[in-house]
Design a protein around this ligand. Sequence first.
Ligand code: NAG
Ligand code: NAG
Ligand code: NAG
Ligand code: NAG
Ligand code: NAG
Length: 478
Amino acid sequence: MRTVVFSSLTLALLSQRARANTTLSLDPSTTWGTWEGWGVSLAWWAKAFGNRDDLATVFFSLNSQTIDGQTLPGLGFNIARYNAGACSNNTYDGDSMVVSSNIKPSRQMDSFWLDWGSSDPTSSSWNWDADANQRAMLQKAKANGANIFELFSNSSPWFFCLNHDPTGNSILNNLQSWNYVNHTVYLANVAQHASQNWGITFQSVEAFNEPTSPWGPSGTQEGCHFDISTMATIIPYLKTSLSERGLSSFIAASDESWYDLAITTWIGLGSSVQSQVTRVNVHGYQYGGGRRDVLWTLANAAKKRLWLSEYAESDGSGAQLFSNLLLDLVWLHPTAWVYWQAIDIPGWGLITGDNDQLTLSGASTKYFVLAQFTRHIRPGMQILTTLDGNTAAAYDASSQKLVIVAGNWNTTQTITFNLNSAKTPGINGSTVPRWSTQTGGGDQYKSYSDIQINNGQFSVPFSVGQVQTFEISGVVLN
Ligand SMILES: *[C@@H]1O[C@H](CO)[C@@H](O)[C@H](O)[C@H]1NC(C)=O
Ligand SMILES: *[C@@H]1O[C@H](CO)[C@@H](O)[C@H](O)[C@H]1NC(C)=O
Ligand SMILES: *[C@@H]1O[C@H](CO)[C@@H](O)[C@H](O)[C@H]1NC(C)=O
Ligand SMILES: *[C@@H]1O[C@H](CO)[C@@H](O)[C@H](O)[C@H]1NC(C)=O
Ligand SMILES: *[C@@H]1O[C@H](CO)[C@@H](O)[C@H](O)[C@H]1NC(C)=O
């Protein structure tokens, strides 16, 4: 969002895509904001495995950690999204939750609010002992260095849902209209309790999840449809509920599943409600489609932060993740990028696992592709204009370090990275450390130190499907 212009350097993209080999020139003239970080949503995997210190280390620190015999480089996520659950199995005044026959127990997230007897969080209508494992992982994330926390809801607690099924009610607004305020009271009370009792300050609170999509009934996960005018009613209530409790948390909205839905929803909220939203959150489930550029333009014009707050798919090779993440960096310009479930079924999980059986079966190649980014493009760096659709670049002014992450897909080739637009005193002949992951099998975040800078550039062979990260020290961009 913030644009910093580095001196007189100008755009100089020299991409010879048609040739067998490619030369890419660094373009430090425009940056796309200060990187806030990488993250993951807690929810299901944390409910299952939240008591495991080794998994907290591997996801939230940069340390190496052995998980069931496999030594993994820590991903260093600094963002954790905590899911305020909607399920409880108590009965109140003869009412109880309608349990979807399709939801796995691991996806039933515990609610802290148990019944509509009282909205006082110190009353017996609230159980703060609920959701122990997800809370434990939140704490462990912080202990490992995570420093940005978001509270989000997939559905209000079941007893505020019209059909008492927290997986949703198709395209009907499932939140009872007389409990719009209470949906925000729930979230604000959780945020307040976290601040007073867990040592966690939620930077942001998000009351919706993919809200204009249909959800349930009898769905496989918690979900709730909200039409845009309902969101526009609830957001001011959330603002009030947070400020009444003296909370500094800001509002993020609306976590739509598609870029194009996010555009429609953002416009539909209208300027007065938009003014109460500090950050636009969007999910990446439109993959290669959608007007990322339009959403960025809207957010930038409204001076809002912008996050890619959830992403996942079933391609365990990491190739799709690479390609969609690059599209985000090129067109959406988020300042943070958050994966959905760290542990999930094959293809979807960074580590493959069964959140119901509590079994793990190894990191996917996608884990290592993501490590190529998260371990090198760190919070506080400036994201540079991406060199081409397959290359990301970031710069750390304090350490004068340039990071390049590049992927190669169609043909084996040598890519030459030309640094001549930067000042690089004394780096002629220096070694560029590199890390490599081969999405088709082979290297898994393997490190090498075999590449030298010569006359302001360095050349690296790439196999098909290879992702490589380079760290170049001693680069001055101004
Ligand atoms: C591409 O680079 C490689 C390695 O430097 C070289 O052997 C090959 O001849 C180059 N191909 C073309 C078409 O320039
Ligand atoms: C009650 O429901 C929760 C989901 O909210 C589930 O995790 C828990 O195992 C259930 N407890 C019992 C005793 O069935
Ligand atoms: C919210 O919930 C409380 C407790 O169940 C109830 O008394 C109140 O009427 C509800 N609605 C509003 C707008 O607070
Ligand atoms: C691969 O090549 C095709 C044309 O052959 C091109 O359309 C496509 O963009 C290329 N993919 C990448 C990732 O460069
Ligand atoms: C870089 O080093 C090479 C080999 O040592 C030398 O030929 C070349 O002149 C040097 N270039 C610069 C810009 O110093």
